[in-house]
Design a protein around this ligand. Structure first.
Ligand code: ATP
Length: 136
């Protein structure tokens, strides 16, 4: 088994989609090991998004991630890192496939790439790093 960090980002929480997203995660059979409503400090987000520092979307992304609470989930399952990213769909909801979280719930509007509802770690190394940042 494997663990990953999933975030329901502020847009997902604000739109009342936490339950719908959790339902898909649970239906897949993944285990909720830990779950918390969090309002991250800037420092936490700088660590989480370190690879994007300096990119044009970096500051707006941090502002967005501080705009309201997120739900942080420590999720376990067989190949859950790849599996959750498959459930989430591609980064840009405007082109994410139907049947995925971003494809079904993501809005087709200007900020869609930023406000794409969820985050999932992209590798075992990222998962270990991100779980330490969000859950210690
Ligand atoms: P995540 O890591 O959040 O699961 P991802 O791996 O699909 O998403 P990354 O390329 O790591 O996407 O980007 C991290 C986050 O930064 C995206 O989820 C999105 O919120 C934001 N982002 C990425 N690219 C852009 C962009 N071009 N414009 C605005 N926001 C972006």
């Amino acid at each position: 088994t494997e663990e990953t960090l999933v975030l329901v980002k502020p847009d997902g929480v604000a739109r009342g989609l936490t339950g719908a997203i959790l339902a898909r995660i649970e239906a897949k059979g993944y285990a909720l090991v830990d779950i918390a409503l969090v309002e991250p400090e800037r420092d936490t987000l700088e660590r989480h998004y370190a690879e994007h520092a300096g990119k044009p979307f970096y500051e707006p992304l941090l502002e967005f991630m501080m705009s309201g609470p997120s739900v942080a989930i420590r999720l376990a399952g067989n190949r859950v890192i790849e599996g959750f990213r498959s459930l989430a769909g591609t980064t840009d909801p405007t082109t994410a496939a139907p049947g995925t979280i971003r494809g079904d719930f993501g809005r087709d509007w200007g900020l869609a790439v930023q406000q794409n509802l969820v985050h999932g770690s992209d590798s075992p190394e990222s998962a270990a790093r991100e779980l330490e940042i969000w859950f210690g």
